[in-house]
Write a protein that binds this ligand. Structure first.
Ligand code: E4P
Length: 213
């Protein structure tokens, strides 16, 4: 499973990228707004740091606005993936982007049917929001399982990005189900690295060493 970071914060991206396991970045309007910076500048900077798919979301909700914004964002760098919300207009835009050779990430996916339609429309990626499904007392992981089963059944080229990851066990469960990618917030990546027995082990090794040398 490939690892993306779900953030628009340049310092977080630099820090995680330096460890060598980062395959891509996803952003969304909330994450960009949190940085309070020029949208296109942020995307450009991210592309200069990480060599992999960088999702940038369209803000406009009508077809023409989606296409104009998507084209503009895609022109920033070949690695930019246009994130399009799942809707009738969104599916139409995904289909058009496919014909233009622009890669897309169908976002705000909450059902296997939405994922199926996005894949058939030509989405390069679909992003089921696991944590938000859990928030309404359903199972995000069961949704992921359904999508993976459908995609495997027909060998769809569309890749699944497990999104809205809330804790380290989400990541393990995604990897066990064969999610192609998980996009993970900075804080959860840090939690994945940590283990109390590793910390205790390091401390004991250092103390034992110091007692003799
Ligand atoms: C994914 O592409 C989204 O940016 C993100 O995972 C949403 O997560 P949230 O539900 O924690 O906002």
């Amino acid at each position: 499973m490939r690892i993306f970071i779900d953030t628009a914060n340049i310092e977080e991206i630099k820090e995680i990228n330096a460890m060598g396991f980062l395959d891509g970045v996803t952003t969304n309007p909330t994450l960009i707004a949190r940085e309070g910076r020029n949208y296109r500048e942020v995307i450009k900077e991210i592309c200069a740091i990480v060599n992999g798919p960088i999702s940038a979301e369209v803000i406009g909700m009508d077809y023409d606005a989606m296409i104009d914004e998507g084209r503009e964002l895609a022109a920033i760098h070949p690695n930019v993936v246009i994130k399009v919300p799942l809707s009738e207009t969104g599916l139409r835009a995904i289909h058009s982007f496919k014909q233009m050779g622009i890669t897309t990430n169908a976002t705000l996916v909450f059902s296997a049917n939405q994922a199926l339609l996005a894949a058939r429309s030509g989405a390069s990626f679909v992003s089921p929001f696991l944590g938000r499904v859990d928030d309404i007392s359903n199972s995000g992981i069961m949704l992921l399982e359904d999508i993976i089963t459908v995609f495997d059944q027909y060998s769809f080229p569309t890749e699944v990005i497990s999104a809205s990851i809330r804790h380290p066990m989400h990541v393990v469960e995604c990897a066990k189900r064969g999610s192609h990618i998980a996009t993970i917030p900075y804080a959860v990546i840090k939690q994945m690295i940590k283990h109390p027995l590793t910390d205790a082990g390091i401390e004991k090794f250092i103390n034992d060493w110091k007692q003799v040398f």
